[in-house]
Write a protein that binds this ligand. Structure first.
Ligand SMILES: NC(=O)c1ccc[n+]([C@@H]2O[C@H](COP(=O)([O-])OP(=O)(O)OC[C@H]3O[C@@H](n4cnc5c(N)ncnc54)[C@H](OP(=O)(O)O)[C@@H]3O)[C@@H](O)[C@H]2O)c1
Length: 318
């Protein structure tokens, strides 16, 4: 007997609230995945109209009351500090909440931030895509990423197929883990950018007097290095992807770096020393460094910080 074609999963009409970086990428990805986007609602009507035009939503508004009855998948993509008040405003509207899945995309807040909507009967979920979305991030950025789901069992069960439809891998988080989960996500994404900025500034300053007119800026020169490091991280755990003088136990080179920091960038020394100590400890735990070399490197770093404290903090600047 011929197999009957699989029934396509239901794609309920969606309403996206908050037409910023996340809301725009999510709305576009939902549309690509076959979810009709019925409404775009944002603080300003202009943002709502732009997003509605992008995804062909029939409703563009700045009022929660404009939420169309048929939208039973409601996605709050507003800043974290707006989630609770938007949830309260939505709960005041006449909407078939018991038929709705309502989610927010904040990594820091629990599903309980949608309390008024849960009280109105909605299934409420924290649905956090582990990805960095800027203004023009393509909807393909959802492909292969992880989405942290937190909420009651039924809500998590409803969130799984949604994440999968976006091309992402769902994984469940207990409410108590959310703060640490968000800390980890922020460190991985934000500090990488901070370090790229700091390293670029140091390189710019080092080459300020010698750079050819069409030579690369520090940030440009470091970009392929950063990309190569990211590729290494995709293929191997951090302990194996680690390279450089700290992981090699090259004490003379580390001493030279510390002298440069002391002389030219004293304000950057605490960040360097803290990250270098963490690097040494990770390398030692992974048996990449003998313990006596690790101890000597940690002493070198602590001595450099003591010397900085004695001579005054200086500024951060490169
Ligand atoms: N961007 C990321 O990388 C990322 C990653 C994971 C999770 N998230 C989460 O996604 C959420 C949104 O972040 P985002 O980066 O997209 O922020 P964003 O670019 O600043 O966009 C926020 C949008 O919300 C709208 N808004 C603000 N207050 C509102 C209100 N009271 N009612 C209705 N709309 C309101 C703004 O409207 P107007 O434009 O109309 O003024 C803006 O378009 C946050 O919870 C964030 O933690 C973001």
């Amino acid at each position: 007997m011929a197999e009957s074609p699989a029934t396509p999963p239901e794609r309920p009409p969606a309403a996206v609230i908050g037409a910023g970086a996340m809301g725009t990428a999510l709305a576009r990805r939902l549309q690509d995945a076959g979810y009709p986007v019925a409404a775009a609602i944002s603080r300003s009507e202009r943002s709502a109209r732009e997003l509605a035009a992008t995804v062909g939503a029939g409703v563009a508004a700045s009022e929660m009351g404009a939420l169309p009855t048929r939208a039973t998948l409601v996605l709050l993509c507003v800043p974290d500090d707006q989630v609770r008040c938007v949830a309260a405003s939505l709960a005041d509207t006449d909407h078939p909440w018991p038929r709705c899945l309502v989610l927010h995309t904040s990594g820091a807040l629990p599903a309980a931030a949608l309390g008024p909507l849960a009280e109105a009967g909605a299934t409420t979920l924290s649905f956090h895509p582990l990805q960095a979305f800027a203004e023009d991030t393509s909807p393909e950025a959802f492909e292969g990423i992880y989405v942290g789901l937190e909420g009651a069992e039924g809500a998590v069960a409803a969130g799984r197929p949604l994440a999968e439809a976006l091309g992402a891998h769902p994984f469940v988080l207990p409410e108590a883990a959310k703060a640490r989960y968000h800390l980890a996500a922020s460190m991985a994404s934000n500090f990488l950018v901070t370090l790229a900025g700091l390293a670029g500034d140091i390189l710019d300053e080092a080459t300020a007097d010698s750079r050819e007119i069409d030579g690369p800026t520090g940030a440009e020169a470091l970009r392929p290095l950063l990309a190569g490091t990211m590729r290494n991280l995709q293929d191997a755990p951090p302990s194996a992807a680690l390279t450089g003088p700290l992981a090699r136990g090259d004490e003379d080179t580390v001493a030279a770096h510390l002298r440069v920091l002391h002389t030219h960038h004293p304000g950057a020394l605490p960040a360097y020393a803290a990250l270098a100590a963490e690097t040494v400890q990770q390398a030692a735990r992974a048996d990449r460094l003998p313990s006596d070399v690790a101890d000597r490197l940690l002493t070198q770093l602590a001595d450099a910080m003591d010397a900085r404290r004695e001579s005054g903090p200086g500024d951060r600047g490169p």
